[in-house]
Write a protein that binds this ligand. Structure first.
Ligand code: CNA
Length: 320
């Protein structure tokens, strides 16, 4: 990329706010919103992108030391933008998400697996090459050193087949199911919202343009750099994805919880359920004891000989 292509643009707050207000309006009017994300939405989580001014490839091309992730990948957390997308999908405001990212943060943020196509794989996912069973791990699955070697060294628990990481490197075929679903939803989409991608990798970059080419929808691009697909966009927002999403969720009046808050809430829910179970068990035991006592009492009562009516009517012998 040349100097001009590498350059990032930052709009003034006022201008960005105006555009976000318009974007919120477009979202309210749309029937089928689909998000398309790339490395830019994860830079604030601490993962460098490739083509930004300080991206891995830009630095390498300029003879500078390539940046590294700020934290080990298993400690990275979804950003505000990730959490916002998850919320909009949960509420049905957005129908689907197509991501080029491999960091797994969309799945961490709570987006259900049937609502996302991770076109280039997920670092936490490995799969069996025989029965295709997928495994999500709390660590990076890729261990192979050669580009096209994907063996992780683990075996399938179901059929004993070899497990491979799910990362798609350049010149490798994309997962058919993930790609087909991405096409299917892009064809239904009437508002494609791009977030943090330079839109230079195909076929991923061609998907958000489908609604425009079909004349069935619009494209909005939120990215710091200009992209080769800008000419198809109805609106372009040059701002950071977290900033745009904070303004957007305010406009839509939707509360977004941070990843930590969601995790803590879930922990609390589990704790509450445990307590509820214990109390219910205690209640059951006491109820059993009470019923047992009642039964015992009833049995005793039953065993006591009842005064028969005969005996009642029996006349006492008269003293004669
Ligand atoms: P890219 O080509 O590096 O582009 C990223 C774009 O995001 C650039 O245009 C930046 O200007 C822009 N950007 C950076 N930060 C922000 C921000 N906060 N807000 C808005 N825009 C921002 O990356 P692409 O995703 O377009 O390219 C696809 C490649 C990159 C895929 O194959 C990925 O696997 C690969 N990649 C993924 C990750 C990840 O999973 N987090 C990280 C780095 C590269």
């Amino acid at each position: 990329m040349d100097k001009e292509e590498i350059k990032e643009y930052f709009e003034e707050n006022e201008e960005l706010q105006e555009k976000v207000t318009e974007l919120a309006d477009m979202i309210r009017k749309a029937n089928y919103v689909v998000f398309y994300t790339g490395a830019g939405i994860s830079t604030s989580a601490g993962i460098p992108d490739f083509r930004g001014p300080n991206g891995v490839w830009t630095c390498r091309d300029q003879g500078r030391k390539a940046p590294r992730s700020k934290k080990p990948w298993n400690l990275l957390e979804p950003t505000y933008c990730h959490m916002g997308i998850a919320k909009l999908i949960e509420l049905g405001v957005a129908k689907y998400l197509v991501s080029q990212n491999v960091d797994g943060l969309h799945v961490h943020s709570g987006v259900p697996l049937d609502k996302v196509s991770e076109l280039h794989g997920n670092t936490n996912k490995e799969f069996c090459i025989d029965c295709k069973k997928e495994y999500f791990r709390p660590f990076r699955c890729r261990t192979a050193r050669h580009v096209h070697d994907h063996r992780t060294g683990r075996m399938c628990e179901e059929c004993g087949g070899e497990l491979h990481d799910s990362i798609i490197n350049f010149n490798e075929s994309l997962n058919e199911d993930q790609l087909n679903r991405a096409y299917e939803h892009s064809e239904k989409c009437d508002l494609a919202i791009v977030l943090g991608t330079s839109l230079r990798v195909t076929p991923a970059a061609s998907l958000p343009v489908i609604p425009v080419k079909q004349k069935t929808g619009k494209l909005v691009i939120c990215n710091l750099q200009k992209t080769p697909k800008d000419k198809y966009a109805s609106m372009i927002l040059h701002g950071k994805t977290d900033q745009i999403f904070k303004l957007l969720m305010k406009e839509l009046e939707i509360e977004v919880k941070s990843f930590k808050e969601v995790i803590m809430e879930k922990a609390q829910q589990i704790e509450n359920k445990k307590k509820e179970k214990k109390t219910n068990q205690k209640k059951k035991v006491t109820k059993k004891k009470v019923t047992k006592k009642v039964n015992e009492k009833e049995n005793i009562e039953k065993k006591k000989p009842k005064k028969s009516s005969k005996s009642k009517s029996k006349k006492k012998p008269k003293k004669k």
